[in-house]
Design a protein around this ligand. Structure first.
Ligand SMILES: Cc1cc2nc3c(=O)[nH]c(=O)nc-3n(C[C@H](O)[C@H](O)[C@H](O)COP(=O)(O)OP(=O)(O)OC[C@H]3O[C@@H](n4cnc5c(N)ncnc54)[C@H](O)[C@@H]3O)c2cc1C
Length: 406
């Protein structure tokens, strides 16, 4: 039987980041993906400065990506064009990089570093008699691994096998996107419209986006949080169509280049480690509830999981769980509580008015939502984050009791 240091299920950004880190350190690593090389992923393709920082750490050449210097935040008639904050921790630019190309660049880097990447190979964990994950099977192949990394995206069959599904009471997101041609494809700002309404006029906690890709097209999409009243009946296609009408003239949009496609944004998990395995990226529920960003969290958690294994294989799963928790749990928990709060239309309306009321406040909103607060020099955004963290923690039981009915 083949034996490797690390087996990875899933070759998205999270799995590729883990593979690059492992192979660069000289570990033997096999990555399985059920899709073929060059697969697409339903996504907004937006990279915050935090994500660019993670790609830099992986030494990924970003010449193929479209550079973005900030965000145009729109709430009703108010529009604020903001530059990304300057911190000593993250670069001051983001990017838009269509996933077909971003994911190919990442997995190419993994292969170049020495990872063995196998496409069209649906994989599942293999357990020993004690319930420990000892490796992976894919078709006729079975291999043993010192650590199995689950990077299979939003929970599906692998998550069910591991008992690592979404926490039923916690929020999650749904989003839909397509592409269209536009003369404004080279814009240097992402655009987010925070005042979406569904077909019944109910304000939607979420946003509509125009993410210019610099290649003649823009990624247009809408996303919503499960905390809104009427979420189960929300028609994402209609929401996208009404958003399209709103932005059509400003962006001189051509027809949709493909059928709009929707997918889930997991924001919690019941477990992200166990004997012999860890989950990273979407498989670990690591999506920022405040902006729907998940690429960065996939990259960062992928690197971290491997670093823990390289330090000490025996303690890696538990150590990874601690470290990824230290880095993200408080922020993501605050984000989830915040999403309960904005599930109430009247809070959402007044919150939005406040969040873009002045440029200074909009800048704080941008830094907080993007998790771009620099811990060493936190400034106003850090103070707001600190206060929100404590206030929402105290309000947590009330938020859950009074959540808007689905
Ligand atoms: C509409 C939408 C818009 C979004 N916009 C943004 C955005 O602008 N910016 C951002 O940062 N994030 C965005 N996100 C979130 C982002 O797409 C995810 O967080 C990100 O793709 C997570 O990466 P991952 O590697 O964990 O999982 P994925 O990218 O989902 O990759 C998982 C891989 O695992 C493979 N796989 C699954 N099961 C198996 C199996 N059993 N065996 C083998 N392979 C398997 C799949 O084929 C896939 O290639 C968006 C999400 C949606 C739905």
């Amino acid at each position: 039987m083949e034996h490797v240091d690390i087996a990875i299920i899933g070759a998205g950004p999270a799995g590729a980041a883990a593979a690059i880190t492992a192979a660069n350190a000289g570990a033997s690593v096999v990555v399985f993906d059920k899709a073929g090389y060059g697969r697409d992923k339903v996504c907004g393709d937006g990279l915050t400065p935090r994500a660019v920082g993670a790609l830099n750490a992986l030494d990924i050449n970003m010449d193929d990506a479209h550079r973005i210097c900030g965000l145009r935040m729109i709430a009703g008639k108010v529009a604020r064009e903001l530059d990304w904050p300057t911190t000593d921790r993250f670069p001051n630019h983001g990017a838009v990089w269509p996933r077909r190309r971003l994911d190919a660049a990442l997995i190419d880097a993994a292969t170049k570093a020495g990872a063995d990447v196998r496409f069209n190979a649906e994989a599942h964990p293999v357990f020993d008699d004690d319930g420990r994950v000892v490796g992976v099977s894919a078709g006729d192949t079975e291999l043993r691994a010192g650590l199995t990394i689950v990077a299979a995206g939003a929970p599906g069959s692998v998550a069910r096998q591991l008992g690592a599904d979404r926490v039923p009471d916690e929020p999650f997101g749904l989003a839909i996107r397509t592409y269209a041609e536009t003369p404004r494809h080279a814009d240097e700002h992402l655009e987010a419209c925070l005042t979406l309404r569904d077909e019944h006029g109910t304000p939607v906690p979420g946003y509509g986006w125009m993410f210019p890709a610099g290649d003649g097209t823009v990624n247009i999409g809408v996303g919503a949080l499960s905390t809104m009243k009427g979420f189960k009946k929300l028609n994402l296609n209609s929401l996208l169509e009404s958003y399209r009408q709103l932005v059509n003239d400003d962006w001189q949009l051509g027809p949709n280049l493909e059928r709009p496609r929707a997918w889930r944004l997991p924001m919690s998990t019941t477990r992200r480690h166990g004997p012999g395995w860890v989950a990273i990226g979407d498989a670990a529920g690591l999506v920022n509830p405040m902006n729907g960003e998940g690429i960065d969290y996939g990259l960062e958690s992928g690197m971290l999981a491997v670093e823990c294994f390289l330090d000490d294989p025996a303690s890696a799963p538990a150590r990874y769980d601690d470290l990824v928790g230290e880095r993200f749990d408080a922020f993501l928990r605050t984000g989830r509580r915040f999403s309960f709060l904005i599930g109430h239309p009247w809070i959402l309306r007044s919150g939005l008015r406040l969040s873009v009321s002045t440029t200074a406040i909009a800048n704080i909103t941008l830094a907080v939502m993007g998790n771009l607060v620099d811990n060493t020099t936190p400034g106003s955004a850090g103070k707001v984050m600190w206060a929100a963290d404590r206030t929402l923690a105290a309000a947590d039981p009330i938020l859950r009791r009074t959540r808007a009915a689905a």
